[in-house]
Design a protein around this ligand. Structure first.
Ligand SMILES: *[C@@H]1O[C@H](CO)[C@@H](O)[C@H](O)[C@H]1NC(C)=O
Length: 455
C-alpha cells in the first residue's frame, strides 16, 4: 500500500493559489516548437501558475475514428505539460482535437455513424487517461461548414451528449474525477445558426470558448481590427456583428449560461498592406503585411513581433472599439495590448462570464525577451485585471538568501528529494524553484519509490 506522489498525494505547497470559479484557459500549440530562436515554444515554457487550465493544441482523429497525435514528439510534450501539475496541483490540462485531413475536418466522417462515435469516444477516454489529461476540447471549425452537411449540427449535439455520458460513467467505474469537456466555438451569428444547437451543447459542456478574433483581416479591402470589443462607426450591414459584444450577446440570447461562456483574448494581431498613405481604420489595403520573422505566416503577427514593430511605428487607439492599432510604412496591424485587455476584462466581469481563454500562450512575450515588460506581459496583466491573487512567487528561491529551505533546489536537477529535517515532507525542484510537499497523515517520504509510504 503506498500513495503515489502528484495528484494523489494532496501535496501541500508552501503557497497554493485557489481561484474560486473564474477560468483563465490558455491554449498552447504543438507547432510553436518549430519557430526559430527566442520564438521556439514548448510546454517547458508554460508557467504552471499562470492559468487555471492549459489546452494542448492539437490532436486529431484517424480514418478509423481513433483519437491520435499529430507531431512526432507529442507524447513527450504531453508528459512535460502534465508534469506541471506536480508543481501546481490545481492546474487542469485538456487536449484539443480537430484539424484537417486533405482539407476536410475528420469530425465529419466520425460523427456520421453512431458506431463511429462510439469507437472515437472509447479511444478518446483511454487516450486522455493514458496521457494524464483532465479533459478534452473539441475544435471543429465548424459543423455544417467546409464540406460538412447540415445534419452535422445535430450530430455534433449527439457526440457531445454521448461523450458526456461516457465520461460520467467512466468516472464512476474508475472512481476518478470526471474528465472535462469543452469546445472552441464560432463567434458570428451566421455560423452559429448553422453549426450549433446552443442550449443543447451548452448544457452539456463544462465551458465554451467563443473565438472572439479574426473579425477583420487581410481578406478584406480596408483596414479593420482583429478583435474589437464594439462595432466601429464605419461598420455597415453584417459587419455590425463583427465584434465581441455582438458575439457574446448572441450566444447568451441563444441560451448559453454566462458562467460557462469564455471569451477569447488574442495575443496576436492581424496585418494589412496599405495602398495609400492613409493609416487609420477603414483605409485601403491589398493583402497582408510581410510575414513575421518568427511566426513566418503572412496575415498575423504575435504580440512579441508587434512589440518590435511598434518600437518605431505609430500606435493609435480606436476609442469606439477599445483596441489599439499600429502603422509603419505600408504595414498596418490591429492588435491587443495591456490597455485593451483591461477594457475587455472589465466588460466580461460586468457580463458575469465564466472567464477567458487565451489564444495563445506562445504568441505572448512568454520569455520577456522582446517587449521589456517581463514574462507573459499580456497574460500576467490579464490575471491581474481579472482579480486573480498574485502567483506564489514567494516559493522562488532568491539567489542571495541562505535560507536552507527556499534555496534547496538551487543548482539541483528537476525532481523529488527527501527533506533531511522532516521525513513527512519532501522537496520538489522545478526550474530551480523549491516546492515543499507534505505526505498524507501517517505516511513518510521514501526516496526509493519517490513516494509517500507507510513507515
Ligand atoms: C436542440 O436540442 C434539444 C435537446 O436535445 C432538442 O429538444 C431540440 O429539438 C433541439 N433543437 C433543434 C432546433 O434542433
Amino acid at each position: 500500500d503506498f500513495f503515489l506522489l502528484g495528484p494523489l498525494a494532496f501535496g501541500l505547497l508552501l503557497s497554493l493559489q485557489i481561484v474560486a470559479s473564474t477560468k483563465l484557459v490558455c491554449y498552447i500549440t504543438n507547432w510553436a516548437q518549430y519557430r526559430p530562436g527566442a520564438g521556439k515554444f514548448t510546454p517547458d515554457n508554460v508557467d504552471p501558475f499562470l492559468c487555471t487550465h492549459v489546452i494542448f493544441t492539437l490532436a486529431t482523429i484517424t480514418k478509423d475514428n481513433q483519437l491520435t497525435t499529430v507531431e512526432w514528439n507529442d507524447v513527450e510534450m504531453y508528459q512535460s505539460l502534465n508534469r506541471l501539475k506536480n508543481v501546481n496541483p490545481a492546474l487542469k490540462t485538456l487536449l484539443s482535437v480537430g484539424g484537417w485531413v486533405n482539407g476536410v475536418s475528420p469530425f465529419i466522417e466520425m460523427v456520421s455513424k453512431p458506431e463511429n462515435r462510439e469507437k472515437f469516444i472509447a479511444s478518446a477516454l483511454s487516450f486522455l487517461r493514458t496521457h494524464e489529461f483532465d479533459g478534452m476540447d473539441l475544435a471543429w471549425e465548424f459543423p455544417g461548414h467546409n464540406g460538412s452537411p447540415p445534419q452535422d449540427k445535430q450530430r455534433f449535439t449527439a457526440l457531445i451528449n454521448e461523450l458526456k455520458e461516457a465520461m460520467a460513467k467512466e468516472a464512476v467505474d474508475t472512481k476518478k474525477t470526471p474528465l472535462l469537456l469543452s469546445a472552441k466555438v464560432a463567434p458570428l451569428k451566421s455560423t452559429v445558426d448553422i453549426a450549433y444547437n446552443v442550449s443543447a451543447i451548452a448544457s452539456q459542456l463544462d465551458f465554451l470558448s467563443i473565438m472572439t478574433y479574426d473579425y477583420h483581416g487581410h481578406w478584406e479591402s480596408v483596414t479593420g481590427h482583429n478583435s474589437p470589443l464594439y462595432p466601429s462607426s464605419i461598420d455597415k450591414g453584417t459587419h455590425l456583428l463583427h465584434n465581441i459584444d455582438a458575439s457574446v450577446t448572441y450566444w447568451l440570447e441563444q441560451g448559453a449560461p454566462a458562467d460557462k461562456l469564455l471569451m477569447t483574448f488574442p495575443t496576436f494581431g492581424r496585418t494589412f498592406h496599405l495602398t495609400t498613405s492613409a493609416q487609420g481604420l477603414g483605409v485601403p489595403t491589398n493583402g497582408p503585411a510581410e510575414a513575421g520573422p518568427y511566426t513566418r505566416d503572412a496575415g498575423f503577427w504575435s504580440y512579441y513581433e508587434i512589440c518590435s514593430f511598434i518600437s518605431d511605428g505609430t500606435v493609435g487607439w480606436i476609442e469606439e472599439q477599445k483596441v489599439p492599432y499600429a502603422a509603419r510604412g505600408q504595414s498596418w496591424v490591429g492588435f491587443d495590448n495591456q490597455e485593451s485587455f483591461t477594457a475587455k476584462a472589465q466588460w466580461l466581469t460586468v457580463k458575469d462570464l465564466g472567464g477567458v481563454s487565451v489564444w495563445t500562450l506562445d504568441f505572448d512575450d512568454f520569455g520577456g525577451t522582446f517587449c521589456s515588460e517581463g514574462d507573459y506581459p499580456l497574460v500576467n496583466h490579464l490575471r491581474n485585471s481579472l482579480g486573480f491573487p498574485p502567483k506564489p512567487t514567494t516559493t522562488k528561491a532568491p539567489t542571495t538568501t541562505p535560507d536552507p529551505i527556499t534555496s534547496f533546489c538551487v543548482g539541483r536537477p528537476d525532481g523529488l528529494y527527501p527533506n533531511p529535517t522532516d521525513e513527512t515532507t519532501y522537496f520538489q525542484c522545478f526550474r530551480g524553484n523549491t516546492y515543499l510537499h507534505k505526505c498524507q497523515p501517517g505516511l513518510i517520504y521514501q526516496d526509493s519509490c519517490k513516494c509517500c509510504n507507510w513507515p
